[in-house]
Design a protein around this ligand. Structure first.
Ligand SMILES: [Zn+2]
Ligand SMILES: [Zn+2]
Ligand SMILES: [Zn+2]
Length: 358
């Protein structure tokens, strides 16, 4: 390795500190002709390079190389200033070897991101955006956000915005935020809008989840109601089934005990007729919901099932759009619970079963 390197150094007369840059590609370097381009970096430091290699990786560099020169004999010069020399060296090394180590990414990720964007090296840009995203802190996030915008790095932009919106209180105290407020009010507005939208997205998701869990509860209640009214459970059941008083608490549904109490209450409540009892109202709704979902017709043993069906036919209540929507949602929740549910949703179903119906 060392010998090869020495050979390379003599053959192409590269400055010492650059040998390391070509180390990875030493095999290639040995076969390369003398460098024909000089990259001039900050502090007038030079990196000799090969126009063919630069042009093959970056179309922007290719255009610069192909620009007509004043004198045919004058050497080709590509100025890359404004970033540290070591960052440019790492950039050139990537062009030669398609490699970039973690240390370089950590140290010069921001600069390499800018360079890879300006000179159109998408593979390096991708790696840099990812690396910079991993180094995000409250202190640097505003700067990185600005860079992500400039460099058109949407993943990094989103990552910054998410960090900003989840740590906004802490962020407001940073110098970066204060500076940005004074110098870039449009970006401030953009950030505030993102936070606002994220909040309402969160609210929508929460509401959707709550609704889903309600439909799931109702679906379980429907199953449980059929179970009680068809098989009979503990002390409640259809007249043709003997209640077995010796049986312990229901193991089929955790809501069963509560629903049984509710049914017992419904059967005996005196306030029901006046409509002044909220427990009876709830039972009434459950029975109506059952009837709307039930397709057993005459064989159904759930109380009032037929009566509700008839009433709905007579009054054309089936046209109540909201009620139909509720029925549809509970039916689909029921289907979901019968299908092989993914773990996360199964957990949710378990939670619903703990709801008390009495
Ligand atoms: Zn039961
Ligand atoms: Zn009542
Ligand atoms: Zn029924």
């Amino acid at each position: 390795m060392e010998e090869t390197l020495k050979a390379t150094t003599t053959a192409t007369a590269l400055p010492c500190d650059l040998n390391a840059h070509y180390q990875i590609a030493d095999q290639i370097s040995r076969e390369l002709p003398k460098p024909d381009v000089q990259i001039i970096t900050s502090g007038s430091r030079r990196i000799p390079a090969h126009s063919g290699v630069l042009a093959s990786v970056s179309s922007v560099l290719e255009n610069i190389i192909d620009r007509p020169r004043k004198h045919r004999s004058s050497e080709r010069i590509i100025p890359i200033v404004g970033v540290p020399f070591d960052a440019v060296a790492a950039f050139v090394r990537f062009i030669y070897s398609s490699r970039c180590n973690e240390e370089e990414l950590e140290k010069f990720g921001i600069h390499l991101l800018a360079l890879s964007h300006v000179y159109l090296v998408p593979r390096l840009k991708q790696r840099c955006a990812k690396a910079v995203g991993q180094q995000l802190t409250i202190e640097n996030v505003v700067d990185v956000l600005q860079l992500a915008k400039l460099c058109d790095a949407p993943d990094l932009y989103l990552k910054c915005m998410k960090l900003i919106s989840s740590h906004f209180k802490a962020l407001e105290k940073t110098e970066g935020w204060k500076f940005m407020q004074n110098h870039d009010p449009y970006l401030e507005l953009e950030i505030l809008q993102f936070i606002d939208e994220a909040e309402s997205r969160k609210k929508r998701t929460r509401r959707h989840r709550e609704e889903q869990s309600l439909y799931m509860e109702l679906s379980v209640a429907m199953d449980c109601l059929e179970h009680i009214c068809t098989e009979g459970c503990t002390s409640v059941g259809p007249c043709d089934v003997q209640p077995n008083k010796k049986r312990g608490p229901c193991s089929k549904f955790s809501t069963c005990q509560g629903l049984q109490l509710l049914i017992k209450h419904f059967a005996t409540c005196r306030n029901r007729v006046n409509g002044g009892c909220s427990r009876c109202k709830r039972m009434w709704q459950l029975l109506r919901l059952h009837s709307s979902m039930c397709d057993h017709l005459d064989s159904c043993k759930v109380p009032l099932c037929r009566q509700f069906k008839l009433k709905m036919q007579q009054e054309k209540k089936g046209d109540d759009a909201l009620w139909r929507l509720l029925v549809r949602k509970v039916v689909s929740a029921r289907v979901m619970s019968y299908l092989n549910l993914p773990k996360r949703q199964r957990g949710a179903t378990e939670r619903h079963k703990t709801v008390q119906w009495d």
